[in-house]
Design a protein around this ligand. Structure first.
Ligand code: HEM
Length: 476
């Protein structure tokens, strides 16, 4: 009996000792990512606000593909490059979640949508959007975009100098509104609504990510703007409902869609989703259109190639532009793709780490990312890695024709300009079609010359782009 008791006791002690040994060894083998040196508390916040791209680039060069920045005591771990991004894109939402990092959007769009609702409900809401972007709708949107572009450019005199940044920004707002929000919202898109939308966007400051409800003037303006937009949009929705007429737009899709539990969208939810879509699409698409302008006008050889392609397409189909014809504009597609690669508007895509995980770098270093960190990939940095793209800083739309480069950039999560994995951007095809429509119209109908005063170096998003233009007839 004593022998049995002693044996049991020694077994328990051995198990306990073994567990402790395992735990200690495990603890020892944990390698946290290197932490960027900055002034305590506010140091990195200042750099992150002032020049985030440079902050990421400098620390990537110094520390490699995984490093942690401390922002107001919160650890933000960057994962740069395909090797360390796999888990980020494939993990379940319960392991890497979005609500915590996108909570700043709740007071912008309302509590009943996107990051104010459960993951499942949000998934269904994004499915409504995907339904509103199905191929049949995309075909219709191309016609709407073309009509809007024709109307817009017809107001330009035959020649002159314009700020192409302002013009494209404005045109993208009009086309996005007309396609997605519908003709009735587009008809109401006056200066008042535009200024309310600006106030809503102005409510996103770095501090809003941590304290979205802080009573500061920008947040107060944001809340007032949402209230007024709600009143204006609600009237439009009610008159659409009362007219019993069906339109081909996202608004109609949202009004007709139901959740799995049979519930329909309330007016507040419809408005919230429309505003969120306007934000998700508008800024990024305008940025891509403007970047394309800058690169095409600076690299005349590609402008000429795009012009030759348009001549060939016009030769085949006349002035018609539709989904299939856009599909034949491969040069233009590559010119836009390259502009998005070099000027990706998305600096970081963040998640909140709910469950520890490990990453292994290209060099074979292993790091543990603990629960509680914010983890983020960086499309703007990932698209400029020299082991993925040859001479990455060069604007070279022909790089997508090279087999080596094609092979490298087709690696999983090398090209993340439009996200990927569990949360790919549902607006990618819509964006390419819109940009190709606008750019083919511009190239066909105008000679464009960049004003010599345009800065030669990296383009800062708010610079004006003075362009001389002259209306032309394509000659073959
Ligand atoms: C040049 C244009 C665009 C770029 C570069 C872009 C980029 C991105 C990126 C990088 C993501 C992933 C974000 C993440 O992983 O957290 C994303 C997601 C998303 N985008 Fe876009 N986007 C563009 C246009 C659009 C348009 C036009 C729409 C709407 C019509 C749209 C709607 C969305 C939505 C709803 C998501 C969230 C998807 C999800 O979380 O499941 N985007 N976009």
């Amino acid at each position: 009996m004593v022998y049995i008791l002693l044996s049991a006791l020694s077994l328990i002690l051995a198990t306990f000792y073994f567990k402790k040994l395992l735990k200690n060894n495990f603890k020892k083998s944990i390698h946290l990512p290197p932490v960027v040196k900055a002034w305590p508390l506010v140091g990195a916040l200042y750099m992150l606000t002032k020049d985030p791209v440079n902050l990421i680039r400098k620390n990537y060069q110094k520390y490699g593909s995984v490093f942690t920045i401390k922002v107001l005591g919160q650890s933000v771990t960057l994962l740069i490059g395909p090797e360390v991004s796999r888990h980020f894109y494939t993990a379940a939402d319960s392991e890497l979640s979005q609500e915590e990092v996108f909570k700043f959007s709740v007071p912008m769009f309302g509590p009943g949508i996107a990051y104010g609702v459960s993951t499942e409900k949000r998934r269904q809401q994004f499915q409504f959007l995907t339904k509103g972007l199905r191929p049949q709708m995309l075909r219709y949107y191309i016609g709407q975009t073309l009509a809007e572009a024709q109307d817009y450019f017809s107001k330009w005199p035959d020649s002159g100098t314009i700020d192409l940044r302002h013009e494209l920004e404005h045109l993208i707002t009009l086309t996005t509104t007309r396609c997605l929000l519908g003709r009735d919202v587009r008809g109401n898109l006056n200066e008042e609504v535009s200024s309310l939308i600006r106030d809503l966007a102005g409510g996103v400051l770095p501090i809003s990510f941590l304290f979205p409800y802080l009573p500061i003037p920008a947040h107060n303006r944001r809340d007032r703007a949402r209230g007024q937009l709600y009143r204006i949009f609600s009237n439009i929705i009610n008159s659409r409902k009362n007219s019993h007429q069906s339109e081909e737009d996202l608004l109609q899709t949202l009004l007709e869609s139901t959740y799995k539990d049979g519930e329909s969208n309330s007016n507040e939810q419809v408005i919230g989703i429309l505003l969120a879509i306007l934000f998700a699409g508008q800024y990024n698409a305008a940025n891509a259109a403007i970047r394309t302008a800058v690169f095409l006008l600076q690299n005349k050889i590609y402008f000429s190639k795009a012009l030759e392609e348009q001549k060939a397409v016009v030769h085949r189909y006349g002035s018609k532009i539709d989904f299939d014809i856009l599909g034949e504009m491969d040069v233009l597609y590559r010119c836009i793709k390259e502009a998005i690669r070099l000027g990706s508007p998305t600096i970081i895509t963040p998640r909140y780490c709910q469950k520890e995980f490990m990453v292994t770098t290209r060099e074979g270093k292993e790091y543990t990312i603990p629960k509680g960190h914010i983890v983020a990939t960086s499309p703007v940095m990932a698209s400029r890695l020299d082991y993925v793209h040859k001479d990455p800083e060069r604007y070279d739309p022909n790089r997508y024709l090279s087999t080596v480069e094609k092979e490298m950039s087709s690696h999983l999560f090398s090209d993340i300009s439009f996200g990927g994995g569990r949360h790919p951007c549902p607006g990618e095809t819509f964006t390419y079609n819109k940009l190709k429509t606008i750019w083919s119209y511009l190239i066909r109908n105008y000679e464009l010359e960049l004003d010599s005063s345009f800065p030669k170096g990296e383009w800062n998003g708010s610079d004006t782009i003075l362009v001389h233009y002259k209306r032309r007839q394509l000659s073959f």
